[in-house]
Ligand binder design. Structure first.
Ligand SMILES: [Ca+2]
Length: 226
């Protein structure tokens, strides 16, 4: 049994190192009969966009056992994961990070599940054009979010006020009273080529009572340059 476990552990280690799925057969039993086949260990990878986990993007590598033997590492089978980030050893070069303020000061949306966006100009980012910035590697939507009602989920979305449409792939959620920064994926391609005014819109998952979602004092558009 210990030998089987050692072989099995070696199989997992091998599969992790090689990034391939491998089949780990059990060792022959004492009486010459084959042991039970082990469960395949699988590795899957997915692209990780630039953000909180990888400043400049990279890969998310998932590890686990194929418990239902379908040859696929299903979500429920993922036992642990690592991030392999591009330029992992590089330090963040703040000289190449432009932080444009959005939604400052705070916006407080209470007792409504409908989208709300502030009508005030000072809560918006005026005259933004992504082509005004040279050597852009990625652009991230980084709102600060909080909700004091634990069962409520607040959703923030970056909104193109000029054209009256949301920016794709920018919905971010939070359900704690702690103010935290949330990071979108790279939205460079989702931003239009012309000059626009951008704002944050908010909604709650629950209505009534003291249900509120709010942005913090600072929310940003991050522009990361080469
Ligand atoms: Ca499976």
């Amino acid at each position: 049994m210990k030998t089987n476990l050692r072989i099995y552990a070696l199989c997992i280690a091998y599969s992790v190192l090689s990034s391939f799925a491998v089949s780990c057969d059990g060792e022959d039993g004492i009486n010459g009969t084959n042991g039970n086949n082990g469960i395949n260990s699988l590795v899957s990878t997915q692209i990780e966009s630039a953000g909180l986990n990888c400043e400049t993007g990279g890969l998310k590598v998932n590890y686990g056992l194929d418990n239902n033997n379908n040859g696929i590492l299903d979500d429920a089978e993922i036992q642990h994961f690592d991030y392999v980030c591009n330029g992992e050893n590089a330090t963040v070069d703040l000289d190449n990070l432009v932080r444009l303020p959005l939604g400052s000061p705070d916006m407080n949306v209470c007792s409504t599940t409908a989208w709300y966006i502030s009508p005030h100009q000072s809560w918006h980012l005026q005259n933004f054009n992504k082509h005004d910035y040279a050597n852009v590697k990625s652009i991230l939507f980084v709102p600060s979010l909080s909700t004091p009602t634990p069962e409520n989920i607040v959703t923030a979305e970056l909104y193109n006020i000029t054209d009256n449409i949301p920016i794709a792939n920018t919905q971010l959620t939070h359900n704690s009273a702690n103010y935290v920064f949330k990071y979108s994926e790279n939205i460079y391609d989702a931003l239009p080529d012309h000059t626009i005014t951008l704002g944050i819109r908010l909604k709650n998952s629950k209505s009534g009572g003291a249900t509120c979602g709010t942005t913090g004092t600072y929310s940003y558009l991050y522009i990361l340059r080469e």
